[in-house]
Design a protein around this ligand. Structure first.
Ligand code: ADP
Ligand code: MG
Length: 718
């Protein structure tokens, strides 16, 4: 069947040499396969009028609804100002929203005419709305015009006479050919059956010429599944190969360092989650398989102690350990905490950062090489070539998202045998997603906070409550506590009415006269930033005015108030990270989300979620659902070793989970790939009906390269 797919596009009726050249150059369509996989970027359904009550599902095509506007109102302010029209189809209501040309739109339509509105319904809080719909007066003479896809056409193509219709015709032509009826399935039959997927040919037809929105969704789902399935297959397979190829140090004993500390000096009882995670880590390190594990734990969940005990496991076996943090402040904090713990058991700990003096640096280099130094804590400075360990057993990397995958790889190269790697992050993303985004990492989760914390009191307040908020700050300062105030911008801007750090700093100094205030933002020189941060860490400064640069990891237990200005501007996950800066001591802490009184209902709801829950996973899920492919997507996609064409990691978590499961089954569900907590139960796993060398898989892997994700670029992570 390869010949049909591989037939050059120039042989298609009506194409020819010249147009084929344009197609190949502009949109990469060189043969029939390319054309069939040149999916519409959106679909429009003009085949009938929908009722609002008929709509369900998330990825609906643009469609038309007949009815009347009930009312128009302006909502929001500044950049978020918008016109909301309430539209009724006679039975149910839906919002239509305009963000631009509000003046024009508010007088363009009336409430007496019957209209047809046309657009893509967006699901938001269980209700549909249409953003900037096309609106025209209902004309009973005008017949419905069908349901079809819209293709991307580039400017040069347009100049050469191509249009959406040309592409549509070409696809129609290919589908008419006898070869098309025989195109082979690209997913194993068992998987199609098990996951109720639409077969390839049918899915292809429905991608281009959907018979209904439901069938279109099934088709899209099938291709998303297929794409993610092959990505997972690649990742899992790579991981298995790596497991077999890359040897890790085999640690055999828990000895006097670990036990000595654990029995005599442990400052608190470990939480169940900390214990479980340590077992998972130990299980990795004693097998001889190189550990490559992601440790997710919410802010304040006690990852530092896990890092320390992990280091002790290595030291007990005659190895050295290293802990790397993204900033000098964080590295210094780790050093202070950990060297206190370490000296009790005679552990040699050192700190290496960009500002370590030459002499100290040389000493560190020497004691690393001759093995006197047990544990080195530091920043990127650890990556320098001069830093050579005698016997590096484990590397712990804190706050993964600041380090690229490439840097992770550089730590690996510091020994003949790759050291065990533990990556710690407070960014809570669902497990399956984490394993995909971070390539082949196994995942452990600390899902429990240490006991005895006074929960942070989170409040949503408005400008009209300013005095109340100032009073709260005053009273906390009086008790000797410290305060963060976070702004969305550094400088005032004419374009928005957001509060800026510059003005905020002024206001803070004016309001809290005589209180030392420091400030940090992202455009400062690193040294100056560190200096300001240190002022706050040491307690010299009592209020820190900042942009979100303080998000990562700073630990000032004496800080009990976090005020976030224009909180409506931040994502929930970001708010959660910021909130995590307080509530680190025994005192009652407060997080005050300053919102805009005039914000829409959805913004208020978002902020109230923050007040209701402190569960980072819940929050990140809510964030992903509400914001869809927004910032989250950016965060997820950056640094990923592959591109997705159909699927979207931020939105397709459920499909991803099933795709990974399918890939696992196909590969025989090898146990060690997952942390014990995540392993499939023994009866669930493995009756894989499909052998690894199934020609189906080999063939589709080849095709995957051709049409889906660029094949995973393993050089980035291996
Ligand atoms: P994070 O996971 O955000 O890095 P830390 O390791 O900084 O969290 O821990 C936050 C605080 O909780 C620290 O003051 C730490 O000493 C304390 N802590 C950690 N584990 C426990 C525990 N099991 N019981 C009580 N306090 C703990
Ligand atoms: Mg930490």
């Amino acid at each position: 069947m390869a010949e049909f797919f591989d037939t050059e596009i120039k042989y298609l009726k009506g194409v020819g040499e010249a147009r084929a050249k344009t197609l190949t150059k502009e949109i990469g369509v060189a043969n029939f396969r390319d054309l069939l996989y040149y999916f519409p970027f959106r679909h429009i359904d003009r085949s009938r009028f929908y009722s609002i009550g008929d709509l369900h599902g998330e990825d609906l095509p643009a469609l038309q609804i007949r009815g009347r506007f009930i009312s128009f109102s302006q909502e929001g302010e500044g950049a978020r100002k918008r016109l909301v029209g309430l539209f009724s189809d006679g039975k149910k209501l839906m919002e239509t929203v305009w963000f631009n040309n509000l003046k024009y739109f508010s007088s363009a339509y009336n409430t007496s005419t019957e209209y047809v509105i046309f657009g893509k319904p967006q699901l938001y809080h269980h209700a549909y709305s249409m953003i900037h719909p096309e609106v025209e007066a209902y004309n009973p003479e005008k017949p419905p015009t069908g349901f079809r896809g819209v293709y991307t056409i580039t400017e040069p193509m347009r100049k050469k006479g191509f249009s959406v219709i040309t592409i549509r015709r070409m696809v129609e032509e290919v589908m008419k050919l006898p070869g098309f009826t025989k195109i082979p399935e690209t997913l194993p039959q068992e998987i199609i059956a098990r996951y109720h997927l639409m077969p390839l040919r049918e899915a292809m037809i429905n991608m281009h010429f959907p018979k209904s929105p439901e069938l279109l969704q099934k088709a899209i789902e099938r291709f998303k599944f297929e794409e993610l399935y092959y990505v997972e297959l690649n990742i899992l397979r790579f991981s298995m190969e790596r497991g077999a190829r890359i040897k890790g140090h085999t640690l055999t004993r828990i000895g006097e360092y670990f036990n000595g500390f654990y029995q005599k000096f442990l400052p608190f009882a470990l939480t169940g989650a900390q214990q479980r995670v340590l077992k998972e880590i130990w299980a990795d390190m004693k097998t001889g398989r190189q550990m490559n594990r992601l440790l997710q734990g919410d802010v304040g969940s006690g990852k530092t102690m896990v890092a320390f005990l992990t280091a002790l496991m290595a030291v007990d076996n005659g190895f050295q350990a290293s802990i790397m943090a993204p900033t000098e402040i964080l590295a210094t904090q780790h050093y202070e905490t950990i060297s206190k713990w370490g000296t009790q058991i005679g552990l040699k700990v050192a700190l290496l950062t960009g500002s370590t003096r030459q002499k100290a640096r040389r000493e560190i280099h020497e004691s690393l090489l001759d093995g006197r130094l047990n544990l080195l804590i530091g920043t990127h400075a650890l990556l320098e070539d001069k830093v050579q360990f005698q016997k590096l057993g484990v590397v712990v990397i804190d706050e993964q998202h600041r380090f690229g995958v490439a840097q992770r790889a550089r730590m690996w190269n510091k020994g003949e045998i790759a050291p065990h790697v533990l990556v710690m992050t407070a960014t809570p993303i669902p497990r399956t997603l984490a394993m995909t985004v971070y390539g082949d990492l196994d995942v452990s989760v600390i899902d429990e906070l240490p006991p005895g914390r006074t929960p942070i009191n989170t409040m949503v307040r408005w400008d009209s409550n300013r005095v109340e908020v100032d009073n709260l700050i005053f009273s906390q300062l009086k008790r000797g506590r410290q305060v963060y105030i976070v702004y969305p911008l550094i400088k005032d801007s004419e374009k928005t009415d957001l509060k800026s750090l510059e003005l905020g700093y002024q206001r803070t100094c004016d309001t809290f006269v005589g209180v030392p205030v420091c400030y940090v933002h992202g455009q400062m020189k690193p040294e100056e930033k560190d200096r300001q941060m240190s002022l706050f860490v040491s307690g010299e400064a009592r209020i820190m005015v900042a942009t979100t640069v303080i998000e990562v990891g700073v630990n000032v237990p004496n800080a009990t108030v976090m005020v976030i200005e224009n909180a409506e501007r931040f994502g929930l996950s970001q708010l959660h990270q910021l909130r995590g800066r307080v509530g680190r001591g025994a005192e009652q802490s407060y997080c005050i989300l300053m919102g805009k009184q005039t914000s829409g209902a959805e913004t208020k709801k978002r902020l109230s979620i923050m007040a209701e829950t402190t569960d980072g996973f819940l929050i990140s899920e809510a964030d992903m659902k509400m914001r869809g492919p927004g910032d989250m997507e950016g965060t997820l996609q950056s640094g990923m070793p592959f591109n997705l064409r159909v699927a979207n990691l931020a939105k397709d978590g459920q499909i991803l989970t099933r795709a990974r499961e399918a890939a696992l089954v196909v590969l025989g569900g090898t146990q060690p790939l997952l942390s014990p907590g995540a392993a499939p139960s023994p009866n669930e796993k493995i009756n894989s009906p499909i052998a690894l060398n199934d020609p189906d898989i080999t063939m589709t892997r080849h095709e995957l390269k051709l049409r889906f994700a660029r094949e995973v670029d393993w050089s980035l992570i291996s």
